[in-house]
Design a protein around this ligand. Structure first.
Ligand code: CMX
Length: 436
């Protein structure tokens, strides 16, 4: 057993009595109530999910295992000669809550090398898909194609509930190790005439991804930063919730993560990073070579709102301030591409959009989210095929949701099955002033 896996087992054994005590001794303690608004309006703010892997404060933003983004980046061991931690060290951290030593990271790196080989039939399936298939459909199809490898599914009938976490961890680790090659294959197959660059197992995940994409340094750091920033955003977002929900039926990690990816592919969620670039390119097209100004940006934002569409990259279901994932990427841009015209334009939108959205008066949060900034960096390093951007989000998101479903099985979380009601019931309770 690797040190990561044995440490994870110790953590699971330490944690289990806490969950058991909460259910057995305090199960009837009331922690929330639900209004009609929340029932119809997507269950905002209803506390019905548990995770210790990340927590999203509406004002401060995300904390991974108790650490905010700068603290996380500072604490984790870095890739050699790199500004950013290895994704492998972050994976250790998400699973155990502990900052790994370099020796522990090296073990994860070695372990991933034994897992990273993608079976060739996955590439055959991807090649058979229509050339205009969306890259997210390809990524999700690749997960379903790999499902036959699931150790969880294979062992299901021979396991006790307490052991479910083990093959879930194995499946999760295999998916994380294989995803970069699958994602890079989709990119090169679709946009680079099928000229595939072979994986280099000597490299860490970020460096190997940059290598397979065919993009030079510092894109290895971009990949590391990007995958870590997009990993986890507590449990209620669509991709995390969908993965968790499907896994609660004891579907394996392949089925569950594929479901999460399908949710990530929605324009209100992960696809917003593609939508942002689409919006910017359409805006630039309309300018016809003229300089962007605060006035014409403002007009374009109002045109979008008046046509009944959302401003992509702005707003959030939980956050009420600028997303620190946006800020982390802005800081990268200030350091590496401060004069880039696209970065300048995104900054101009940042200056104007919150005011426009506030005046529009609908959104509870006029500030940018992670997707408003991310495409600028990709574009700068030559990744201009923006319908691929959500795949990058998906590779990162795997880390969070797969760590979560490993813990879901470790703690024996139940089949998820909330109760629905009818409109007539709501009307009756509304007339009575509550469900009495
Ligand atoms: N532009 C225009 N209107 C917006 C808006 C935006 N960026 N954000 C919210 N609104 C509108 C909503 O559509 C809603 O309108 P209706 O009452 O007509 O339905 C109203 O403001 C209230 O919404 P809210 O409570 O502030 O936000 P929600 O929790 O309902 O939705 C989100 C959150 C992210 C879906 C929404 O802000 C949005 O659509 N943003 C643009 C898409 C986007 O960037 N998504 C990515 C989010 C991050 C991620 O998951 O990757």
């Amino acid at each position: 057993m690797t040190r990561l896996k044995s440490r994870l087992l110790e953590k699971i054994q330490e944690h289990r009595p806490r969950t058991t005590a909460l259910i057995k001794e305090h199960g009837k303690v009331i922690i929330d109530e639900v209004t009609i608004d929340q029932c119809i309006g997507g269950a905002r703010d209803v506390r019905t999910l548990v995770t210790d892997i990340s927590y999203l404060d509406p004002v401060e933003g995300i904390r991974f295992r108790g650490m905010n983004i700068p603290e996380t980046f500072a604490a984790l061991p870095k890739a050699p000669g790199s500004e950013y931690p290895t994704v492998e060290s972050f994976w250790y951290f998400l699973l155990t809550g502990e900052i790994p030593t370099q020796a522990e990271v090296n073990e994860v790196l070695a372990d991933f090398k034994t897992r990273a080989k993608v079976p060739s039939y996955v590439f055959d399936v991807l090649k058979a898909m229509p050339k205009d298939a969306h890259p997210m459909a390809m990524l999700s199809a690749a997960m379903l194609t790999l499902q036959k490898e699931s150790q969880f599914a294979a062992k299901y009938h021979d396991m006790k509930k307490n052991d479910y976490w083990d093959p879930m961890y194995e499946d999760a680790s295999n998916i994380v190790a294989q995803l970069p090659e699958i994602a890079a294959f989709i990119y090169r197959w679709k946009y680079k005439k099928g000229e595939i660059i072979a994986s280099n197992p000597a490299l860490d995940m970020g460096a190997n991804f940059a290598h397979m994409m065919g993009i030079a340094k510092p894109y290895d750091d971009v990949a590391r930063m990007y995958f870590i920033l997009h990993s986890d955003h507590e449990s209620g977002n669509v991709s995390a919730h969908a993965t968790h929900l499907v896994a609660s039926a004891l579907s394996d990690a392949y089925y569950s993560f594929s479901a999460g990816l399908n949710g990530l592919a929605g324009p209100l969620h992960g696809l917003a990073n593609q939508e942002v670039l689409d919006w910017i390119k359409e805006f630039q097209g309309k300018l016809g070579g003229a300089e962007p100004t605060e006035e014409n940006v403002k007009k374009a934002l109002w045109d979008t709102l008046n046509s009944g569409h959302v401003i992509p990259g702005y707003g959030h279901a939980v956050l009420r301030k600028t997303d620190p994932r946006y800020t982390a990427q802005m800081e990268f841009c200030l350091k590496h591409l401060p004069k880039d015209p696209l970065f300048k334009l995104v900054n101009m939108i940042y200056k104007v959009a919150p005011g426009v959205l506030t005046e529009h008066g609908k959104t509870k949060n006029p500030w940018p989210n992670v997707d408003a900034q991310s495409g600028v960096i990709q574009w700068y390093y030559g990744l201009t095929e923006y319908d691929f951007y959500t795949v990058l989000f998906g590779v990162g998101r795997a880390l969070g949701v797969l760590a979560n479903i490993t813990w879901d099985r470790a703690l024996g979380y139940a089949l998820e099955r909330p109760k629905s009601v009818t409109t007539a019931m709501l009307e009756e309770w509304a007339a009575k002033g509550g469900r009495k």
